[in-house]
Design a binder for this molecule. Sequence first.
Ligand code: SAM
Ligand code: SF4
Length: 445
Amino acid sequence: MNKKCVYIYTIGCQMNVYDSEMFKKVLRPLGYIPVDEVEDADLVIVNTCTVRKKAEEKAFSFLGRMRALKKKNPELIVAIGGCVAQQEGSAILRRMPYVDLVFGTRAYARLAAMVEKFEYDRIPVVDVEMTMGITDATPIPELDAEVEVSRFVTIMRGCDNFCSYCIVPYVRGREESRDPDAIVQEVRDLVERGAREVTLLGQNVNSYGKKEGLCDFPELLRRVSEVEGLARIRFATSHPKDLSPGLVAAYRDLPKLCNHIHLPVQSGSNAVLKKMKRKYTREDYMQRIENLKAVRPDIALTSDMIVGFPGETEADFDATLDLVREVGFSGIFAFKYSDRPHAPAAKFEGKVSEEDKTRRLAKLLDLETELSEKRNISYAGTTVEVLVDGHKEVKGVFQWTGRSSCNRVVNFTEAGKPTDGNLVGKVVPVYIETGLPHSLRGVLR
Ligand code: SAM
Ligand code: SF4
């Protein structure tokens, strides 16, 4: 078989990172080896995101650059996958005739067949079929002898929530959970190849298995935590409206479950939350946090926030700032509201000006930096357990890098301690000397 090269450019969320790994796996039997330089590729895939307009523009700008490359090498195959492909379908081929393959969010299982057919007949293919039964989602075994220390595992696809601003249910389809046996098998497979941590992915992991009558999410966590050799479990994303007593109990009972939860609140104003169709109030949200803190008093909390949602007043925004202070989030992903096709909010009145969105975003991010630094400083003088995932050299000084259970980036030196040479994949105690705005610095204990 001829050795061929594939370059994959991934935009967007962790799910896209996971899907891009899948692309590599399904293409390997056709002889495709991943490469780091687009110029070396026989096949270029851009895996796209459309959750905000900016991400969509990034995909088209990358594809625009492919025109010149294709001119130089007419044999090059150019493919677009993921959410923009799902949203635009064959319109992409009309707009960019040098694109060869358009495949949607549920077509990765058919990607290899698509590429093989195109290699043979050079007829462009568009596949944005939403059909993908649970059997399509069974794991494809890892091909690499060794994998990274921390890996993503998608446990469900799609979303049934229809928050009024969000395009995800339209481009990723209805919620569909994978079989728990297949998930556990995939985790085992990754651990055998060196992974020590998995992050279980879904748009709303709390509703895992409900529709299909599979086990529920806390039970899945229990089953995954039984995998020998796995040190840590994380998950994303948990929708606050569905955070159940069962999940709180999992935090109480499962030591492998990391001391962190990403619980996107989006806004601190009840009026805005209602218009967003989030189906919880600020008070409900605070109650969920109380419940979690009852079993994990020092749990780290992070969130997604949208500023400038249609109709958001200065008072609504102040309520968001106030909530952020009250919770003391250790990290926030904040976004300017962006109109999306299909999403009802695109037609809402009271659009906030770009200027106000920019100002509010900057204010929120300043507060985030302040809180994150405060939290990090509070770790100084303590010892944290770090899962080591790599190393680097800063100004000639060798440093190990990793994350604490509460998801802080930790850089540390050995400070003369004897080690067996390679700490990657090990969980080690690190004494924290300094808390910086976005990381911790320490020495091996
Ligand atoms: N399912 C997750 C949840 O409900 O928490 C979120 C998934 S979404 C891909 C990631 C984040 O993008 C959301 O939490 C939200 O903050 C942001 N987002 C989604 N639609 C947006 C829009 N139209 N404009 C700005 N931000 C948006
Ligand atoms: Fe979008 Fe809401 Fe679904 Fe999250 S829960 S993916 S924000 S519709």
